[in-house]
Design a protein. Structure first.
Length: 479
């Protein structure tokens, strides 16, 4: 939603002339760059436990962050108000911090703004603004979700249904004189369910999250979540830990994209690479995967949780191929790393709020569909291995590329067929090695629309996706 700047100037009570004055104040100590980030975020959540409202509320976060760069030194300060004296104080503080140490290298002073022709349009048009709704009108929706889940399986013991949304008004200005404004929605609906069969208990959480208005809440969405909540439940209760070891792993389309995000995407973020901390720091232009593999980070998917009309440095959202036909072609850049590499920003400068400095972060990270048939073809090619379809937490060491993921559900593969259901196992590997070991990619790309949130010192809304893939060998932690 790219509205005229007048609306945002009124909201934050400043003029362009005042913003230019703030930039000048920040640069008074000799900095190379200054930018302002104004934010007004209204957030609401509603929680039902077993069909009854247990909590709910709204909050507003309002303020401005001011960044000054002087070579490699960053000064950052914020004000939880846009009163003129508070903004001046923040600008002077940021300038003083940046001037405290000189590295002698230019930051982004000479970096031109990304051409406005690079815009892809509005990625999140809104039909019904969340701020025009009342939380009470969604209580029947969450009760309907609770009832639908219970109707589908008699083993349901408890249902917690949550609806949360936020609307953010963002305005950015920098020392190049660029003024950028955006209105960003994001909303999530979540169901956490406890099932009991005899003495055995299983937990499952399903969710959907979009950058859309209140029109996203439909009966079809409620039914989809209810079906997902009970899907595969019989196998969950029967699942066991398999024998561990190194073996082929088939990963299902969709949520398996967390592998790309954690094991590869972070290592493609340019701050890690320019500092030599990433295992991919010396691999630009080199083959890192088999031919035909394309891995992207995309801010332009309509309604996607990770999409952005502009990043948090005012750079238009765009679609970036990190790996193209198996060759590493681009890192994910903010303005600082783009200046370092002598290129334009890819629009990956992101921050949690006005209280945080922007850093390179992912948006929606996924692999394009391949040409190696279907999921069944991939499974059929494996004599002995494992199939995984739902992941939980993962950990990765950026420098070494080593990762561990916790698998919530899957199956052993015996002679090309799914066999015993499995759960509570770890998948262990190395990012570059796993990427090079992908031997087949199906044609069934799916973006997972769950409530993915990335933590890298600060939180950011993201999403991920992948087609079904066959990794030749990974370590499966089992019995």
């Amino acid at each position: 939603m790219n509205n005229s700047s007048e609306k945002y100037l009124r909201l934050f009570g400043v003029t362009e002339a005042q913003m230019r004055q703030l930039v000048a104040e920040g640069l008074r100590g000799g900095g190379d760059w200054c930018d302002l980030y104004f934010e007004d975020t209204v957030a609401t959540d509603l929680v039902l436990r077993d069909g009854e409202v247990s909590s709910g509320g709204s909050q507003e976060d309002y303020g401005c962050g001011i960044r000054v760069l002087d070579g490699e030194k960053t000064g950052y300060a914020y004000a939880e108000s846009t009163a003129w004296n508070e903004l001046l104080r923040a600008a002077r503080a940021a300038g003083s911090i940046a001037a405290g140490s000189k590295s002698g290298s230019a930051a982004v002073k000479a970096t031109p703004g990304t051409p406005q022709s690079a815009r892809y349009g509005n990625c999140y048009p809104i039909k019904t603004d969340w701020r025009d709704t009342e939380a009470a009108q969604f209580v029947p929706v969450l009760r309907k979700l609770d009832a639908a889940i219970r109707q589908k399986d008699s083993r349901v013991q408890k249902v917690v249904a949550v609806l949360s949304w936020q609307m953010s008004e963002i305005m950015m200005f920098n020392s190049l004189g660029e003024l950028t404004a955006d209105t960003r929605p994001v909303a999530s609906i979540i169901a956490s369910v406890i099932f009991r069969q005899g003495n055995q208990i299983e937990n499952k959480t399903v969710s959907r999250s979009f950058r859309k208005g209140a029109e996203m809440i439909t009966d079809a969405l409620v039914e989809e979540l209810a079906c997902k909540a009970v899907e595969g439940l019989d196998d969950r209760f029967e699942a066991r830990r398999p024998k561990g070891g190194e073996m082929p792993v088939v990963m299902a389309a969709g949520a398996s994209g967390i592998l790309l995000h954690e094991a590869m995407g972070h290592a493609f973020e340019a701050d890690f690479n320019r500092k030599g901390q990433s295992v991919f720091a010396d691999k630009m232009g080199k083959r890192v995967a088999m031919q035909g593999i394309n891995i992207l980070d995309d801010a332009t998917i309509p309604g996607n949780r990770g999409s952005l009309n502009y990043d948090d440095e005012g750079v238009p959202g765009q679609k970036t191929y990190m790996v193209q036909d198996g060759v590493l072609r681009s890192y994910l850049h903010d303005r600082i790393s783009a200046r370092y590499y002598g290129i334009e920003s890819t629009g990956n400068g992101r921050r949690e709020s006005f209280r945080f400095n922007p850093i390179p972060r992912m948006r929606c990270t996924y692999m394009e569909s391949g040409r190696d048939g279907t999921l069944q073809d991939l499974i059929g090619s494996v004599r002995k291995g494992i199939f995984v379809d739902q992941f939980a937490n993962g950990q990765v060491k950026i420098g070494e590329g080593d990762f561990t993921f916790y698998v919530k559900s899957g199956y052993t593969i015996e002679n090309g067929r799914l066999a015993m259901p499995v759960k509570d196992i770890n998948i262990i590997g190395n990012g570059p090695e796993a990427l090079a070991d992908i031997k087949a990619v199906a044609g069934d790309l799916r973006i997972d629309d769950a409530t993915w949130t990335c933590g890298k010192d600060q939180s950011a809304y993201v999403s991920c996706g992948i087609p079904s893939v066959l990794v030749n060998k990974l370590i499966v932690g089992g019995e």
